[in-house]
Design a protein around this ligand. Structure first.
Ligand SMILES: [Zn+2]
Length: 218
């Protein structure tokens, strides 16, 4: 210990020595008991919030992960464990649950984990969940420094696109605008046009009202 070279670097400050141990996640500790992560932008917000204060998306349909004990512990492991292999396993398991509540933590891992394999795993699982909220995240991940992650982001975008497409096609078809609608509308309007202002008050007796109305008409 005692003999130091005058001009040599202090051993503990040697940057090459630091590289030998894997860097701990640069993620800050997130208490999933009180916080949740927005799946659309990856930032952490209060667990009680139904809207993300950063990007404004509606989170009311997505349960916070902190409400489920097992998922909560796995989420903490996925974000804080010093070993990338363990974090990856946690991410894989969370994704396997197939629940919307894991979207937030997977998003956070994809954007923040220092290990490309862990980020790639998070992208893979997010792709399998193919939630539309992940679109922006995958677009960001296309600029990841790791080619592995960028490829997985492309896969993710493909999976979301596949999910959305059939619905859009159905809605866009000219055939799906059924003529039935027009008929029912015109029926309603022909019945309702007379005295429509008065009838507002007695809607409960609409049947009686109509009958009475008809007899008056004819
Ligand atoms: Zn957000």
């Amino acid at each position: 210990m005692g003999k130091k070279k005058k001009f040599g670097p202090v051993p503990n400050d040697n940057p090459y020595r630091m590289r030998q141990t894997p860097p701990p996640p640069k993620t800050s500790f997130i208490d999933f008991n009180t916080r949740r992560i927005c799946p659309a932008c990856g930032r952490d917000i209060k667990i009680a919030h139904n809207f993300c204060k950063y990007c404004g998306v509606d989170l009311s349909m997505i349960e916070p992960i902190g409400n489920d004990e097992i998922s909560k512990h796995l989420a903490t492991t996925a974000v804080t464990d010093p070993d990338p292999g363990v974090r990856m396993e946690a991410v894989d398991t969370l994704g396997g649950f197939g629940d919307k509540k894991v979207l937030g933590v997977l998003t956070y891992v994809l954007l923040n984990d220092p290990d490309e394999n862990v980020r790639r795993e998070a992208a893979d699982e997010l792709g399998d969940l193919h939630h539309p909220y992940s679109l922006d995240i995958f677009t960001k991940a296309l600029k990841d420094e790791s080619a592995l992650v960028r490829k997985e982001a492309i896969e993710g975008l493909k999976k979301i696109k596949k999910k959305i497409k059939p619905k859009e096609l159905d809605e866009g078809k000219p055939g799906s605008r059924e003529p039935k609608q027009d008929i029912s509308k015109s029926e309603e309007s022909s019945e309702g046009t007379y005295n429509s202002e008065d009838s507002k008050e007695d809607t409960f007796n609409s049947e009686d009202y109509r009958e009475g109305n008809n007899t008056e008409l004819f």
